[in-house]
Design a binder for this molecule. Structure first.
Ligand SMILES: [Zn+2]
Length: 171
């Protein structure tokens, strides 16, 4: 299938947030590759970085590739506590192999705590570096869940991501 047109991709991820052991199974809080001080952290097989997982899935989706859970199964000990930057790097490599570059990325992070705004710039810059693009092509928004449901009670974090990929020749 010739992939000459721009391609859109959507990614979504959710992780439970728990206190660290022994009370819970929370790992250190990490989002977009940035460690943030918080009394709860994501539960997950890898480092639990919901933003990097959503962006990885958005790129894989745009390419029509298998999703992150199929490429990096969570019952595979190789990915235990893995740095999720490696997952995104694999997706970026597949994007380059298919002859695409990132047009832009837009993400919405939904969590009650911690506040995202002090870390937004660092997260944007890290994403841009991992995506081999400029920070101007990356947008990260933070929202709360208005204290409603598990996300609003601080028991989970949710991320939506949308990417546009451009054929390299048109970029
Ligand atoms: Zn995840």
């Amino acid at each position: 299938m010739p992939l000459q047109d721009p391609r859109i991709g959507h990614g979504y991820d959710l992780h439970r947030l728990e206190p660290p052991p022994p009370e819970g199974a929370g790992q250190p809080f990490i989002l977009g590759g940035i460690r943030i001080d918080h009394d709860r952290g994501p539960v997950g097989h890898s480092d639990g970085d919901a933003l990097l997982h959503a962006v990885t899935d958005a790129i894989l989706g745009a390419l029509g590739e298998p999703d992150i859970g199929q490429i990096f199964p969570d019952d595979d000990p190789r990915w235990h506590e893995a740095d999720s930057a490696g997952f995104l790097e694999e997706a970026v490599q597949r994007m380059a192999q298919a002859n695409f570059v990132l047009g832009n990325l837009d993400c919405t992070v939904i969590c009650e705590q911690p506040k995202l705004s002090p870390h937004k710039e660092a997260i944007t810059n890290t994403l841009a570096r991992l995506l081999h693009t400029e920070p101007e092509r990356v947008n990260v928004k933070g929202k709360t869940h208005e204290r409603v449901d598990a996300v609003g009670e601080g028991r989970a974090i949710e991320v939506h991501a949308v990417v546009l990929l451009l054929p390299r020749s048109n970029a």
